[in-house]
Design a binder for this molecule. Structure first.
Ligand code: ADP
Ligand code: MG
Length: 511
C-alpha cells in the first residue's frame, strides 16, 4: 500500500480549519457525517472514519457506516471501542483490534471490513457533554500515533459542533413538519364542516345542489346563488369555497345591502390616506379576499355605479382604491347571491346585463322551505343537534307530533327561521324530549296550500294514499317545469311516455 506523506503540524492546522468551514456549512446530518468521514481519512492517512451518534433515550449508538446500502448501523451504547470511549470519555488507541477485549467484532461481520487498528475518542458539545464517538480505522502505515490523537481531537471539536447544529436543525424541521400536519388537520375539519355535507337534504332539489357543488369543485367559475332570504345561500357559497382549490385562502363575505352607497366603494376597494380629514388608508374586501373568494351577498342591491366598478375589476383584474392613483392587481373569485329576480331588474334598467352574465357562469337556486317540506324533520334535527353540541347540552330530541307541526308551519323566513325556532324551543325545554306542550304560540301558522298534517304524517291515511299524493305532485311539477312537454317530463320522472300518460289519466291530470 502506497504510503501517504503525513502533513506537518502547521499544514494540519489549516487543513482542520478548512474542513471545519466545510462542516459548518452542511446542515443535513447525513451529508455532514459523510463529509467528516471523508476528510478525516485524508487528514489522518487511514482507510476509514466514522462518527457514532449517541441516542440517549435508547442508550444506543448509531452510525452511517457503510453497510453496502444507505442502511444505518445501530447497537447498544455499551458495546465496542466506540461504546467504551463514550462511557469513559477517554481516547482509546488500539494497535491490534482483535486482541482487545473491548473490540466488538460483530460490526466487521456486518460491514465485511476487517479492522486492524483504530483510534477512537468522544465527541463533546460546547457544554462538554458527550454526544457520540469519532473513530478512525486502519492507519495506512503502521498504527496511530500521539500526533494522530491530537489531530483527531482537534477535528472532533469542530465536528461535534457541526453535528449538534445539524441535529438541532433536523429537530426544528421535524417539529415544523408536525405543525404543518396539525394545520392541515385543522383545515380538513373546517373543510368537512363546510363541504357539501354541511348542506342537509335528501330530496332531489338539495341533492342537485350538492352534486353541482361537487362537479365544480376543481374550477374557479363565478357562481350566482339565488333564493329567498334564509334558504342557505351563504351556506352554499361557503361550501363552494371550501371544496375549491382556494379552500386555504380567505373567504370574505360582504352584504351589499347593509352599507350606504357612500361607504360601499371604500369597503369594496379600500381607501387611500387623506381622502378626507382623518382618513387612514385601508384595504378593501376585494384585497382581503386576495387569492381566495369574495362573496357578495344581496348583489341585486348594488347601485349601477358600483356595478360598473365591480365589472371592471372582474374584467381587468385590477382595482383602484378610493382616492388612489395606482392600479392594484387582484386575484379573487367572485360568488354572488341575491333574492331578487335579476332578469326583471335588467328589464327595469336596474342591473347591468354584462355584469349579470359575468357573475352567473353557474347558477344555483335554493328553494324556499315550503317547497321542500320533506326536508324539515331532517333539518330540525340537524339544528337541534348543532345547538346541543354548541351549548354543551346533552342530546335532545323532538316527539313525532312536534316534527309534524314543524313540517306544516309556514316558515316565511325559511331554514333560518326554522333554525331560530328550534334553538328557542331547545333553550326553553325542561326535558331532553321536546313535546307538543313545549310548543310556543308563535309557531308560524300552517300555510294555506301546505300539505295537511295527515299527509305529512302518513298516520291517518294509508301509505298508498301518501305515495299517490306525492306522485300526483311530482307529475304536476314536472309538467309545469317542462311547459307540458310530456316527453321531457317523463324523462325527468324516470317513466316512459306511455307510463306518464297512464298516470296522468289515473290522477285526472290534463296534459
Ligand atoms: N340545506 C341546509 N342544510 C343545513 N343548514 C341549512 C340549510 N339551509 C339553510 N341552512 C342554515 O340556515 C341558516 C340560514 O342560511 P344562510 O346561508 O345564511 O341563508 P341565506 O344566505 O340564503 O339568507 C344557516 O344557519 C344555515 O346553516
Ligand atoms: Mg344571507
Amino acid at each position: 500500500m502506497a504510503s501517504m506523506p503525513q502533513p506537518e503540524p502547521q499544514e494540519k492546522l489549516s487543513a482542520i480549519l478548512a474542513i471545519s468551514r466545510k462542516m459548518n456549512s452542511e446542515r443535513d446530518l447525513g451529508t455532514l457525517l459523510d463529509v467528516v468521514a471523508r476528510e478525516a481519512t485524508d487528514l489522518l492517512g487511514c482507510e476509514r472514519a466514522s462518527i457514532f451518534i449517541l441516542d440517549r433515550e435508547r442508550n444506543e449508538l448509531w452510525s452511517k457506516v457503510a453497510l453496502g446500502s444507505e442502511e444505518i448501523l445501530r447497537f447498544d451504547a455499551r458495546l465496542g471501542i466506540a461504546g467504551s470511549t463514550v462511557s469513559t470519555g477517554e481516547t482509546i488507541n488500539v494497535r491490534d483490534a482483535y486482541s482487545d477485549p473491548r473490540f466488538y467484532g460483530v460490526i466487521d461481520g456486518q460491514t465485511g471490513y476487517r479492522t486492524r487498528n483504530l483510534l477512537a475518542l468522544p465527541l463533546r458539545n460546547q457544554h462538554g457533554e458527550i454526544i457520540g464517538a469519532f473513530e478512525v480505522l486502519n492507519k495506512r502505515t503502521g498504527t496511530f500515533h500521539q500526533r494522530d490523537e491530537e489531530s483527531l481531537a482537534a477535528l472532533a471539536a469542530h465536528a461535534a459542533i457541526a453535528v449538534e447544529t445539524a441535529q438541532l436543525v433536523g429537530e426544528l424541521r421535524r417539529s415544523q413538519d408536525e405543525l404543518v400536519q396539525q394545520n392541515a388537520h385543522l383545515w380538513r375539519e373546517v373543510e368537512s364542516k363546510y363541504s357539501s355535507h354541511g348542506i342537509i337534504g335528501t330530496g332531489h332539489k338539495i341533492q342537485q345542489v350538492v352534486r353541482l357543488i361537487d362537479r365544480i369543485r376543481d374550477s374557479l367559475v363565478n357562481v350566482l346563488i339565488t333564493g329567498e332570504s334564509g334558504t342557505g345561500k351563504e351556506l352554499v357559497a361557503k361550501a363552494v369555497h371550501y371544496t375549491s382549490p382556494r379552500a386555504r385562502r380567505p373567504f370574505v363575505a360582504l352584504n351589499c345591502a347593509a352599507l350606504p352607497e357612500t361607504l360601499l366603494e371604500s369597503e369594496l376597494f379600500g381607501i387611500e390616506k387623506g381622502v378626507a380629514t382623518g382618513v387612514q388608508s385601508r384595504m378593501g374586501q376585494f384585497q382581503k379576499a386576495e387569492g381566495g373568494t369574495l362573496f357578495l351577498d344581496e348583489i341585486g342591491d348594488l347601485s349601477l355605479t358600483a356595478q360598473a366598478k365591480i365589472l371592471r375589476v372582474l374584467q381587468e383584474r385590477v382595482l383602484e382604491r378610493v382616492g388612489g392613483r395606482t392600479s392594484i392587481p387582484v386575484d379573487v373569485r367572485l360568488l354572488a347571491a341575491t333574492n331578487k329576480d335579476l332578469e326583471s331588474e335588467i328589464a327595469k334598467g336596474q342591473f347591468r346585463e354584462d355584469l349579470y352574465y359575468r357573475i352567473k357562469v353557474i347558477h344555483i337556486h335554493m328553494p324556499p322551505l315550503r317547497e321542500i317540506r320533506e326536508e324539515i324533520p331532517l333539518l330540525a334535527n340537524h339544528f337541534l343537534k348543532d345547538y346541543c353540541r354548541e351549548s354543551g347540552r346533552s342530546p335532545m330530541e323532538f316527539t313525532g307530533d312536534v316534527l309534524r307541526r314543524l313540517t306544516t308551519a309556514a316558515w316565511p323566513g325559511n331554514a333560518r327561521q326554522l333554525r331560530n325556532e328550534v334553538v328557542r324551543l331547545a333553550a326553553c325545554a325542561r326535558q331532553s324530549v321536546i313535546a307538543e306542550d313545549d310548543l310556543w304560540e308563535g309557531l308560524p301558522a300552517a300555510a294555506a296550500g301546505a300539505p295537511t298534517e295527515a299527509k305529512v304524517a302518513g298516520q291517518t291515511q294509508s301509505l298508498k294514499k301518501a305515495i299517490e299524493d306525492l306522485e300526483r305532485r311530482m307529475i304536476a311539477e314536472a309538467l309545469q317545469g317542462t311547459r307540458n312537454n310530456q316527453q321531457q317530463a317523463a324523462r325527468i320522472l324516470g317513466l316512459s311516455r306511455q307510463g306518464l300518460i297512464n298516470k296522468m289519466k289515473r290522477y285526472g291530470i290534463s296534459g
